[in-house]
Write a protein that binds this ligand. Structure first.
Ligand code: NAD
Length: 488
C-alpha cells in the first residue's frame, strides 16, 4: 500500500526531475548538468537532479541578497504567519515527505514519519520566537543610555547531510528565516527529494521569491562555491568533521561566520547500579534506530565489568532480533544504508574489528544481494584504542568496551577526538553529577536516551562542532549584536 502511494508521489519527480529553485523559479543547472539519485533499496534510478555549480550559487546568492531588505523589514506578525503556514504545509504533506525520504535514504518509515512532523515543530517553535528575535537590553552607564539590539546577518548558506535530511534542513532554515535572514540551501547529493518538497512548501506558504533558494549539487562545486561566495555572510553546516575543516578554510578569504554540527563517537556509560533493563532499551534505540546513521547515536557502549557479561548477552539476543527490511514496511526497524559508498565504508569495519582482535557478537555481514542492507552489528571484547572505538562508523554498529572503575569509564568516554553527546546510566546521584561534570560532550542525558527539547542548546565540543543551535542560541548565530550609546 505504501509503495503504491510512493509511486504516486514520485511521478512528478520522474517526469521533471529535481530542479533548483532560485528567485522563486524552478530552474535546471545553468550548465545543463544533472546527476542521478537512486534508491538504496534496489539501486533503481529515482530521477535526475540539477547539478548546480558556481553560476547557480551566484544567481541564488544574488536573489537572496535582493530579497533580504524586504524580508528583514517585514512586520513580525507577517513573518510569524508565513512560518506557521510552512509548518501547516509540512503537516499536510507529512506522508509524502516521509515516504519520499525513506525511498531516497533507506531510513525506516516507523522513525521517518516522526521526523517529518518534527520538521513542522521546528517551524512552529521558531515562529513563536520571531517576536523576540530583535530584543536587546539597556546597559545604562552614568553618562550613557547603552542600548543593545540584534539585527539579522543577511543572506546565509545552509549545507546539510543525507541523514534525516528533511528534519535537519528545517532545524537550520527555520531559525534563519525567523531571524530575518535569507537563505541559499545546498542539500546533500544523496538525498535531494525532500529538500525540494520543503522549498516548494515554503513558497506555497507565501514566502517571497528569493528568500529561500535551493541549489542542488556536489560538495566540491556547489558546496564550495557557496562557502566562498562574498555575498553569503555565514555558513550553517551539518556533516562530517573533515568537511567542516575544509569549509573553514574555504570561507577564510571572505571571513565567513561558521556554525558546525559534526561527527560523533558518543558513549553510553552503564554502571552496575543502574536500571539495567531501561539502559538496555535505550542503548539499543540510540544506535539501531535510524540505521545508526545519526550524529547523536550511542556508538560506544561502556559497561561496568560486574554486569557486563549478562548485559552483553541480553544485548546480543536483542540485536539478533532486530528486523531488517524494506524501509516502507511499518515493521522494519533497520533499512538499507544510504549508498554503496557508505555501505563499503560501514562493512569495511567488520574486517577491521577482526584484525584488531575484537569479537563480532552479532551481525557483521550483508543482508541479501540487492540494495545496501547490513545486519545490525555488535562488537565485543573491544578496547578504546581500536579503530572501531575511535572512528565514526555511522551505521547500525555498536562497539562494547568494559570498564571497572568510574575513573576508567571517564577516561575511555573522553578518549576520542569527538564530544557530541554522552548517555550515563546510574542511580547514584553524586556519581552522576561528578561524572557529567567531567564528561567532554556538548549534550548529556542521565538515565535517558536523547530526548530533544527545542529551547535547549544543541551542539558538540572537540571535533564534534562549533557553536550551538536551539532556542535563542540559533539567533546568536544568525544575528549580529549591535550597541548604540545615547549621551544623557
Ligand atoms: P559530508 O560532510 O560528507 O556532507 C555534508 C554536506 O556537505 C553535503 O551537502 C555535501 O555535499 C557538502 N560538502 C561536501 N564537501 C564540501 C565542501 N568542500 N564544501 C562545501 N560543502 C561540502 O557529511 P555526510 O556524509 O552527508 O553526513 C554524515 C555526517 O554528518 C556524519 O559525520 C554525522 O555525524 C554528521 N552529522 C552531524 C550532526 C550534528 O548535529 N552534529 C547531525 C547530522 C549529521
Amino acid at each position: 500500500e505504501n509503495i503504491e502511494k510512493l509511486n504516486g508521489y514520485l511521478a512528478r519527480f520522474r517526469d521533471g526531475g529535481v530542479q533548483n529553485l532560485i528567485a522563486g523559479e524552478s530552474r535546471p543547472a545553468a550548465s545543463g548538468a544533472i546527476f542521478d539519485t537512486t534508491s538504496p533499496v534496489d539501486e533503481s534510478l529515482i530521477c535526475p537532479v540539477a547539478r548546480g555549480g558556481p553560476e547557480d550559487i551566484d544567481a541564488a546568492a544574488k536573489a537572496a541578497t535582493d530579497a533580504f531588505p524586504a524580508w528583514r523589514d517585514l512586520p513580525v506578525a507577517e513573518r510569524k504567519k508565513i512560518l506557521i503556514r510552512i509548518a501547516e504545509g509540512i503537516e499536510a504533506r507529512a506522508e509524502e515527505i516521509a515516504l519520499c525520504e525513506c525511498w531516497d535514504t533507506g531510513q525506516a518509515l516507523r522513525f521517518m514519519s516522526k521526523a517529518a512532523l518534527r520538521g513542522a515543530a521546528n517551524f512552529r517553535f521558531f515562529a513563536d520566537k520571531v517576536a523576540s528575535a530583535r530584543d536587546g537590553q539597556n546597559l545604562r552607564s552614568p553618562t550613557l543610555m547603552n542600548v543593545t539590539t540584534r539585527v539579522p546577518l543577511g543572506p546565509v548558506g545552509v549545507i546539510t547531510p543525507w541523514n534525516t535530511p528533511f528534519m535537519l534542513s528545517t532545524w537550520k532554515i527555520a531559525p534563519a528565516l525567523a531571524a530575518g535572514c535569507t537563505v541559499v540551501h545546498k542539500p546533500a547529493e544523496f538525498s535531494p527529494l525532500t529538500a525540494r518538497i520543503l522549498a516548494e512548501i515554503a513558497h506555497e506558504a507565501g514566502l517571497p521569491a528569493g528568500v529561500w533558494n535551493l541549489v542542488n549539487g556536489f560538495g566540491e562545486d556547489a558546496g564550495r562555491a557557496l562557502t566562498e561566495h562574498p555575498k553569503i555572510k555565514a555558513i550553517a553546516f551539518v556533516g562530517e568533521s573533515k568537511t567542516g575543516s575544509m569549509i573553514m578554510k574555504q570561507g577564510a578569504d571572505t571571513l565567513k561566520r561558521v556554525h558546525f554540527e559534526l561527527g560523533g563517537k558518543n558513549p553510553v556509560v552503564v554502571f552496575d547500579d543502574a536500571d539495567l533493563d531501561r539502559a538496555l532499551d535505550a542503548a539499543i534505540f540510540m544506535i539501531y534506530s535510524l540505521n545508526g546513521e545519526r550524529c547523536t547515536s550511542s556508538s560506544r557502549l561502556l559497561v561496568q565489568d560486574t554486569v557486563a557479561e549478562d548485559f552483553e548477552a541480553k544485548l546480543t539476543a536483542r540485536v539478533n532480533a532486530i528486523r531488517v527490511g524494506h524501509p516502507l514496511d511499518p515493521e522494519t526497524e533497520v533499512g538499507p544504508l544510504i549508498h554503496k559508498v557508505h555501505f563499503d565504508k560501514v562493512t569495511s569495519y567488520f574486517d577491521t574489528a577482526r584484525t584488531d582482535g575484537a569479537t563480532i557478537a552479532a551481525g557483521g555481514e550483508r543482508v541479501g544481494e540487492q540494495g545496501w542492507f547490513v545486519r545490525p552489528t555488535l562488537f565485543t571484547n573491544a578496547t578504546n584504542d581500536m579503530r572501531i572505538a575511535q572512528e565514526e562508523i555511522f551505521g547500525p554498529v555498536l562497539t562494547s568496551i568494559r570498564f571497572s572503575t568510574e575513573d576508567e569509564a571517564l577516561s575511555i568516554a573522553n578518549g576520542t577526538q569527538y564530544g557530541l553527546t554522552g548517555y550515563v546510566w546510574t542511580n547514584d546521584l553524586t556519581r552522576a553529577l561528578r561524572f557529567t561534570d567531567k564528561l567532554e560532550a556538548g549534550m548529556i542525558w542521565v538515565n535517558s536516551e536523547n530526548v530533544r527539547h527545542l529551547p535547549t542548546p544543541f551542539g558538540g565540543v572537540k571535533a564534534s562542532g562549533l557553536g550551538r543551535d536551539g532556542g535563542d542560541w540559533s539567533f546568536e548565530f544568525y544575528m549580529e549584536q549591535k550597541h548604540i550609546g545615547f549621551a544623557l
